[in-house]
Design a protein around this ligand. Structure first.
Ligand code: SF4
Ligand code: SF4
Length: 308
């Protein structure tokens, strides 16, 4: 990828792996489709990720804000299941139970004994979040040591053994995914189980998910599946359902890990319209180059002028 090509830093890119320098016979791009409409919040994905990748615990403190104790993605939370509790207007449901009226009472009046039941007035949204394995991964573009690299599957992996802990990637990620582990000083995040992929296996989280909320596979097939699922939900009247991160023409060129959400992205703590943070890197370097040429030119002119 040319450092000075602005488009290559943020626009649509259909062959992300080829762009990273892999030969034409590279494997198809792999990714995750997380369908939050069938997530039951069991956290099997979080546990499987920790077990397989030997990720340390996050401590056992409750946040006091949610039933979720890990709160967000981090250096030791590569999968995070968000629990969103939303108040909803309470509704009553006619259960069809027989009711009785007192002598002389209006038989049409509501039954004071409650042959009706209301819901709790709360709905839960659960969503298992992860690194998005971006088409244009700003974390990778800013890493000065080459610790972050694009794999032959189009995913983004960090190699802690050559990470110097500078934290540039942390500031560059538009989703707040990658993080420095304090006790360790180096950056960590989801690898999409690169070691398992190389063995032809499914990543641990997708393998463990009992509801197939997390689906792994060829990105193009996952996108087609997601379109079908979205149409199905809309047909069932779930108008709020939407896809997030699947559009190759969005501000990050689409994500390798995308989601079906049941509400606005902000409700799940996701940025509504993410833009790759290195988008302006090309023009910045051009301006720096122009400024350097001007300074050198002025220096030469003043030197020549003084000698006359
Ligand atoms: S989500 Fe963040 S950490 Fe993951 S690939 Fe994109 S920029 Fe990098
Ligand atoms: S394993 Fe599947 S159902 Fe359980 S929390 Fe994770 S995504 Fe949801």
């Amino acid at each position: 990828m040319s450092l000075f090509s602005e488009e290559s830093l943020w626009s649509r890119l259909d062959d992300v792996t080829g762009d990273a320098g892999y030969a034409d016979d590279h494997p198809p791009r792999k990714g995750f489709f997380t369908d939050t409409s069938v997530c039951i919040g069991c956290k099997a994905c979080e546990v499987a990720c920790k077990e397989w990748n030997e990720v340390p615990d996050d401590g056992y403190l409750m946040t006091g804000m949610s039933y979720d104790n890990t709160a967000q993605l981090g250096a030791s939370t590569w999968r995070h299941v968000a629990f969103v509790e939303q108040p909803v207007p309470s509704a009553t449901t006619d259960l069809g139970m027989p009711s009785f009226s007192l002598p002389g009472a209006d038989p049409q009046a509501p039954d004071p004994q409650g042959a009706e039941s209301g819901d709790s007035g709360v709905r839960w949204l659960m969503s298992s979040d992860v690194c998005k394995h971006c088409t244009h991964a700003a974390c990778l573009d800013v890493c000065p040591t080459g610790s972050l690299f694009r794999t032959e599957f189009g995913t983004v992996v960090v190699q802690p053994d050559i990470c110097n802990g500078c934290g540039y990637c942390v500031a560059a990620c538009p989703y707040g995914v990658i993080d420095i582990r304090k006790e360790d000083g180096r950056a960590f995040k989801c690898t999409l189980c690169y070691d398992r992929l190389k063995d032809g296996q499914t990543p641990a989280c997708a393998q463990a998910c009992p509801t197939e909320s997390i689906q792994y596979g060829d990105l193009s097939e996952l996108r087609a599946k997601a379109d079908l699922r979205l149409a199905e939900l809309h047909e069932q009247g779930v108008d709020a359902a939407r896809l997030y991160g699947h559009d190759p023409d969005d501000g990050v060129g689409g994500d390798g890990a995308f989601f079906l959400l049941l509400d606005e992205p902000e409700v799940y703590g996701l940025p509504p319209d993410p833009v790759v943070t290195t988008k302006d890197l090309g023009s910045m370097w051009r301006h720096v180059g122009a400024a350097a040429v001007t300074i050198v030119g002025l220096g030469v002119a003043s030197f020549v002028g003084r000698r006359r």
